[in-house]
Design a protein around this ligand. Structure first.
Ligand SMILES: *Cc1c(COP(=O)(O)O)cnc(C)c1O
Length: 489
């Protein structure tokens, strides 16, 4: 599989690159992104042939089918990292929670959020590439709370890579922050910044595009890459679980092979939803992809009205912080796929200049054949958490946003899979508030209260965080990020 650019080619970047190029140097011409040049149609026969495939085998075979330029042994070792999930034989359980309604749990990995689904195998592949080329990479990651821990966990002590991870100070839960600041590994640097996630992400984008920063790294023989969800090395592993979840419903006897279902995705940077889009494009029988947002409802408005509009918008901190995003980077890949490179570049340039763009009526209509969306506010989300907890199912506030969209967007004629992107343990104060009304609990108090109320165990890796020494205490102004990273190098 070869990769081309969402904003067309500038005559300087290569016009077509391999998978390994796209993941090592993810920024393309005119600040665009790499996208697959073509996707194979898999069809029902492919799905049937994988009806009995365990997750790892499906992942391995999909990578083979997509023909990425990574050798078999490396891919095998990469997908073997799903052995670090709670149940190695079954890393992604799909659970029935209501009539025709299922939750696909993507959070059973080492850092308890769906970022592990992609970053575990991706970390192995990237480190392997760096070593085999005799190169040293600095991976930049900006996080709203889940990417950071997952990136640190996958790259810690791996040869050929160092990680600098930016997180918004006061923008994450205690558990998320502790997962980062207690992480050991001489190749890791964790930096809190005074600002929100968009600040962290734009700082990262400007460093990635800065020739002087690159030159300074080059003096030390270090190349620059990114582990954010714009990296296709993450997207590719996020196609697998959509196919797996579909097959799981067939295996459970809930749908017939070929029957269409809804995929309902709690969305921020749109990496998870993009994986669903590619799965659908490859032939997975999907009725529509439901996009759930929180109060930062830019995506809901875009899909519902056809305008991506950031004028007069500021980021609202919510109880589902991993979805607190205004500029949703992976939308660009959908624009490219539907409308081509010229139009994509036009729209993205307009967004940068005017903080706004509008689709034509025909373009909007096409978008709506694939996506439908709604947003859920914090109180509504807590209502779903409480209601389902009382019925014996515990979910986190990101997952809860999907239940609102499910009611407003889905027709009951189709079964639905909601993606659960984080374990309850990462957002426990919100959950205890939802189920008992308790206010102001610390993460630790809330974890213990929920565990006793629900008669469930706190996973050992979460409990252990509270006794670990802090390794990274740096919190700085955005302006000082570059010099802080350079001094780490
Ligand atoms: C990252 C994340 C999301 C958003 O996923 P995108 O792929 O960025 O849309 C949703 N929920 C949780 C818990 C996350 O960590």
């Amino acid at each position: 599989m070869q990769f081309i650019e969402t904003r067309g080619n500038d005559g300087v970047h290569p016009s077509e690159v391999t998978f390994s190029h796209a993941i090592l140097s993810p920024i393309a011409s005119f600040g665009g992104l790499y996208v697959p040049k073509g996707m194979p149609r898999l069809g029902i026969a492919y799905l049937e042939s994988h009806l009995d495939s365990p997750y790892k085998m499906l992942a391995l075979d999909l990578m083979r089918t997509l023909r990425i330029d990574i050798d078999e042994v490396t891919i095998e070792a990469a997908v073997a990292l799903y052995d670090r999930f709670d149940d190695p034989a079954h890393p992604v359980p799909v659970v029935k929670v209501g009539e025709g309604l299922f939750v696909s749990e993507l959070y059973h990995g080492p850092t308890r959020a769906f970022k592990d689904m992609a970053l575990q195998p991706f970390g192995h592949i990237l480190s392997h590439l760096a070593q085999s080329r005799g190169e040293e990479y600095l991976i930049l990651a900006a996080t709203s709370g889940d990417t950071g821990p997952a990136a640190l966990e996958t790259f810690k002590n791996k040869p050929g890579v160092r990680v600098a991870c930016l997180y918004p100070n006061n923008g994450t839960s205690d558990v998320q922050r502790l997962q980062m600041v207690t992480e050991e590994g001489a190749n890791l640097k964790v930096i809190g910044i005074d600002g929100n996630f968009d600040d962290a992400q734009s700082a990262l984008k400007s460093l990635l595009g800065s020739p002087s920063f690159k030159a300074k790294l080059k003096e030390k023989n270090i190349l620059l890459s990114a582990a954010n969800s714009v990296n296709f090395g993450r997207i590719i592993f996020q196609i697998v679980y959509h196919i797996h979840s579909y097959l799981e419903l067939v295996r459970q006897g809930e749908i017939a092979m070929g029957e269409k279902i809804y995929l309902n995705v709690p969305s921020g940077n749109f990496g998870n939803a993009l994986g669903a889009y590619y799965a659908m494009k490859m032939g997975l029988p999907v009725k529509q992809i439901i996009i759930a947002s929180n109060e930062n409802d830019v995506l809901t408005r875009f899909i519902s009205y056809g305008s991506y509009d950031l004028r007069d918008r500021t980021l609202i901190p919510t109880t589902s912080p991993a979805m607190d995003i205004l500029i949703s980077s992976n939308i660009e890949r959908v624009l490219y796929d539907l409308f081509g490179p010229q139009r994509t570049r036009e729209l993205m340039v307009q967004l940068e200049r005017e903080r706004y763009y509008s689709l034509s009526a025909e373009e909007h209509e096409l978008l709506q054949t694939i996506f439908v969306a709604d947003f859920c506010n914090g109180d509504e989300g807590k209502g779903y958490i409480k209601r389902y907890f009382e019925r014996g199912y515990l979910m986190d506030p990101h997952t809860a946003t999907c239940f609102k969209a499910q009611e407003s967007c889905a027709s009951e004629a189709y079964k639905s899979v909601i993606y659960s992107t984080a374990e309850w343990t990462k957002f426990s104060p919100t959950i205890i508030n939802a189920i008992s009304g308790a206010e102001g609990s610390s993460d630790l108090e809330a974890l213990e209260a929920i565990a006793s109320k629900g008669n469930i165990a706190i996973p050992s890796m979460i409990k252990a965080l509270f006794g670990k020494p802090i390794k990274h205490a740096t919190v700085i102004d955005k302006a000082d990020i570059e010099s802080e990273i350079l001094s780490f190098i």
